[in-house]
Design a protein around this ligand. Structure first.
Ligand code: SF4
Length: 368
């Protein structure tokens, strides 16, 4: 791992920014996280790591990164892969639109750019699933272009150290933070600065209980000096959380089971599931009728669970249903040998059911 020459490039910065950058880089000199994608200059590997790590902790994302590189060592292998194989490799990470965009972009890079990622920030930004943050990360890490990254970690660090009360989720605020991050960036060492500030936010200046007592920024941190650490960063919008209620039916048919593919533009698009209905309440109306005249009240509940996503809580109840109870099977259902079920990509909540250890009724407990 290349070690940094702090004084060479911090000395080129304006005086007002010098202290912050120097203190940050001194911290990183001692606390650099050794991660495989950080030593790579390959835009494919950097892009892969950035997409996997969106909304995902490093410890969880690392085995996925390694698995993807093993299965799809270059952008050409990923582009040529079947979508189900990409989803299968992604299974358990959630936010499946990322996997879909990943596959789409791999095809675009392989077909239109002959396997070479664009070498400009704007070119990277034009690719599907690559927003300003990811474009800046690839541009700086792979090509050393002077682009400052702005993710949740960076917002938090800048907001606290510089005592900024502008909301980080409004366009005006974003613009100000982008300007500040850009003004701090040492132009010839963009990757080192970007890595340092992201690591500092991820390890030291974390959202809850930041390690202020043992922080080398104390003397220059406005939030610490003025007792506002808990108040910063400021968000304007409070997240409105939505609840969704899914009811899945395991229809066993000899040594087979019926599943269906989620094709609608919705969560888990492209993944598989047991046939289901969705209701607006925890328990559908006792008189609800399923596909072929079967009453909801005749179905045996087996298990229920929930999954917390960023914007919504998913409640899932699972039931058993004998094939003989169904007069017809809808065209969209797929009959799969039980022994081959694991070959299909499923959302995590279905795996919760497959791996269940007990019969449990959550919905009836009154929990919402
Ligand atoms: S003193 Fe606390 S709030 Fe300020 S940078 Fe350090 S960890 Fe973050």
């Amino acid at each position: 791992m290349k070690k940094w020459r702090l004084f060479t490039f911090t000395s080129m910065l304006p005086e007002s920014n010098y202290l912050f950058v120097h203190t940050l880089l001194s911290w990183h000199h001692e606390n650099d996280r050794q991660l495989p994608w950080k030593v790579s200059k390959d835009p494919y590997q950097i892009w892969l790591s950035e997409i996997i790590l969106q909304q995902t902790r490093v410890a969880q994302g690392l085995p996925y990164y390694e698995r993807f590189l093993q299965l799809f060592p270059t952008v050409f292998e990923l582009a040529a892969a079947d979508e189900s194989d990409v989803f299968k490799a992604w299974e358990g990470l959630g936010y499946y639109s990322r996997a879909r965009n990943l596959h789409h972009t791999a095809k675009e890079v392989a077909d239109i750019y002959s396997g070479e990622f664009p070498k400009t920030y704007e070119g990277l930004l034009s690719l599907k699933g690559i927003g300003p943050y990811t474009a800046a990360a690839i541009a700086s890490f792979a090509y050393e272009l002077p682009r400052a990254v702005l993710d949740g970690n960076v917002f938090r660090v800048l907001s606290r150290v510089f005592g900024i009360e502008q909301a980080i989720d409004l366009p005006e605020g974003k613009k100000s933070f982008q300007k500040l991050a850009g003004s701090l960036l040492p132009s010839e060492h963009a990757s080192q600065f970007n890595q340092a500030i992201m690591d500092f936010g991820a390890l030291q200046c974390v959202p809850q209980n930041p390690n202020c007592p043992d922080c080398n920024m104390q003397s220059i941190c406005m939030a610490y000096q003025t007792g506002r650490v808990k108040e910063l960063p400021v968000k304007a919008k409070r997240l409105v959380k939505q609840s969704r209620y899914f009811h899945f039916f395991e229809v066993i048919d000899g040594g087979h089971v019926w599943i269906e593919k989620r094709i609608a533009k919705d969560i888990w698009q492209g993944l598989y599931q047991y046939p289901h209905i969705e209701s607006t309440d925890p328990l559908p109306d006792a008189g609800s009728v399923l596909w072929t005249g079967i009453n909801y009240q005749d179905i045996i509940p087996v298990f229920s669970t929930k999954q917390q996503l960023t914007h919504r809580t998913i409640y899932a109840a699972f039931y058993r249903l004998a094939r003989t109870r169904l007069k017809e099977i809808p065209d969209s259902w797929i009959k799969v040998e039980l022994s081959r079920l694991q070959e299909y990509p499923f959302p995590r909540i279905i795996h919760d059911y497959m791996n269940r250890k007990e019969w449990l009724l959550l919905f009836n407990s009154g929990e919402k």
